[in-house]
Design a protein around this ligand. Sequence first.
Ligand SMILES: [Zn+2]
Length: 323
Amino acid sequence: MNTEPELLSTEFRALSARLGQDPLQVQGPGGNTSIKSDRVMWVKASGTELADAEAADIFVPVDLAQARAQAHGAGDGSCKDTVIDPAITLRPSIETTFHAALDCTVVAHTHSVATLAHAISPQGREVLRRKLKGMPFESVPYAKPGLPLTQLILSKVTDETRIVILENHGLICMGNTVAEVAGTIAEVEKRLALSPVIPDTQTPHSPALSGYVWADESWIAQNPRTATLAVSGSYYPDHVVFLGAGLPQSASDPSTPVILIKGEGILIRSDATPSQRAMLRCLGDVLCRVPADWQIEPIGTEAEAALLNWDAEKYRQALAQRS
Ligand SMILES: [Zn+2]
């Protein structure tokens, strides 16, 4: 079957790479883009990085009709068996079903820091509604990425929707050309921009634990408000996937990637992965933009457990032991 490789235009790859290389849009392997014809959709593969969209083969071709059917409940929703070319070993992103079901040629999903800073806060969501007034957007409450999120998105969007705000998760912009989507992203980012306010930071006094170094984001631990927010929960899914729930205040095991010592700083393992570093940076980028008078809402232990494939009750017991 023809995979229509010409869909992967220079312009599409360039937009994907630009989003992937901007830590205020995408962190590590997060975010995904797609482009489709009537029969074929190319979508970012799971575990690859948008940043590499021009330098490497990060997209997989899927059968559009089959992927759409999965969005509506056929199959397991992973779209693994919708990949057209059997020689391709990459798996489509777990967010493939919403790319397929949204009826626009180009779909771009980011974990935009400006969007997150609004969409994790009840007051922020109100402000966002005012800032995006006149634009074709819908807001969708948190759901686990994959089929549950796709089905919630489909229950909210209309033929006119071009922007989807994913509460406690990120942003989807879509349109019929790459230029249209790039323009929509730029307008949303302009309207939602918040200035970063980073309090004065001191170099932590104590020596770092063996195997760890003090992170640039240590200001989060030195500021009582942000320290409490950082340890009291997780605010979007990729944080949980790469750093675990919230930020622990002690090492539960030697592989704990990041530890927050209140009043002192944040320790990060010297051998932390680039994705773990990107997620810590993201937390700092979000927390320094949320105005001090906005509350922020964690996704909750049930959602954390689901992301980690834990039984919810066992997970809560493990969390209680850790603190
Ligand atoms: Zn996402």
